[in-house]
Design a protein around this ligand. Sequence first.
Ligand code: CA2
Length: 145
Amino acid sequence: MTKLVYILNGPNLNLLGKRQPEIYGNETLSNVEEKCRRLIVGTKLQLKFKQSNAEYQLIDWIHEARQEAHAIIINAAGYTHTSIAILDALNTFDGTVIEVHISDIKAREKFRHHSYISLRADEEVVGKGTKGYLIALQSIIKKLV
Ligand code: CA2
């Protein structure tokens, strides 16, 4: 049976690899998606890899995931630190949730230290660069395959 994994990316992550490489590295979000797709070859997993700058869109995708996905990997970007609404949506999801941050949010400005997403996340992968997405996906592969 095929199992679906959602990888959700929040605001400004469409600029990955195009600005601030000293913080977020040189890889674009398409590169990251490509590597994630390569990692699941030969498994029975399928990916939906998405990015939006809109909070409601991320919430709608989480609702969609409730119907069809076994796991969500989420980098909610700036909404990590503000969005009770995204936390509420994740709390309605029964599968595994892994929170990813490219940078080490605890080593940055104080306003980035708190994460609403971490209140629901089963695992967190933080400060590993864009490799964090692959680490999270590997963990899902171990659990689901
Ligand atoms: O480290 C992460 O992955 C963050 O989720 C990235 C967010 C930031 O607000 C969080 O505190 C930590 C920012 C995403 C913005 O991404 C950009 C990437 C390249 C250039 C400009 C923005």
